[in-house]
Write a protein that binds this ligand. Structure first.
Ligand SMILES: C[S@@+](CC[C@H](N)C(=O)[O-])C[C@H]1O[C@@H](n2cnc3c(N)ncnc32)[C@H](O)[C@@H]1O
Length: 205
């Protein structure tokens, strides 16, 4: 029962998924605010938020890019529906497009975005290095990827929450692991900021 509920972090669905999306809005709000503070969003930027959940971070970035466009991608129909509902005006004005799909196959052409963000989602991605390669494909040359996580692994250490990690079939990464994956997928100039267990890393395509 507990596992069923927490699996909604990985793929929100049903009533538990609705509850999880609502609680993520509250719990992840401070982390998203913190992470967004490290970005230089230009008014006309084209941005993609992968694993967009309830679409709250998309709404924040739409404010920062009033002449731009902020898109969202999530495999869960519930997240897609909630993100559209929350950003309906921008969707109607063609400034926001939410698609159902997986980071491994981003349904936009090459060089579509100036910035791609991933808040609290990479834990669940199938293969971080190849997924980052796919992100690089969708970024314009010189574009930025940002990964922002509320949990991190200390270097060469066991998981901070091993039972949770096994239960949800997820992976909590260390800074070193993220640097390696970004380098292996062709990103450069990584910048890392940490605060307690929080981690924010940006790099350029
Ligand atoms: C813990 S929630 C985080 C949601 C939101 N980014 C936030 O910070 O509140 C994780 C999200 O990642 C999505 N997700 C899981 N696996 C994914 C994948 N392979 N590709 C893209 N998104 C994925 C889930 O559907 C879920 O909406």
């Amino acid at each position: 029962m507990l596992r069923e509920f927490f699996l909604n972090m990985r793929r929100p669905r049903g009533w538990g998924g609705r509850l999880m999306l609502w609680s993520m809005d509250t719990v992840h709000g401070a982390l998203a605010q913190w992470g967004l503070g490290f970005l230089m969003i230009r008014p006309n930027n084209r941005i993609l938020d992968i694993g967009c959940g309830s679409g709250k971070t998309i709404a924040r970035m739409l404010v920062a890019a009033p002449q731009g466009c902020v898109c969202g991608l999530d495999p869960a129909p519930l997240s897609v529906g909630k993100s559209i509902e929350r950003n309906l005006t921008a969707v109607h004005h063609g400034r926001c497009e939410i698609k159902q799909g997986d980071v491994s196959k981003i349904p936009w052409p090459d060089s579509s975005f100036d910035l791609i963000t991933a808040f609290e989602t990479i834990y669940f991605w199938p293969d971080l290095t190849t997924d980052l390669l796919e992100i690089r494909r969708a970024l314009k040359p010189g574009g930025t990827v940002m990964i922002c996580n509320g949990m991190m692994r200390a270097e060469d250490s066991a998981s901070p929450v091993p039972r949770f990690e096994r239960m949800l079939d997820m992976r909590i990464y260390s800074v070193h692991e993220l640097r390696l994956a970004l380098g292996a997928s062709g990103f450069f100039d990584p910048h890392v900021v940490t605060k307690g267990g929080w981690l924010c890393i940006t790099a350029m395509a």
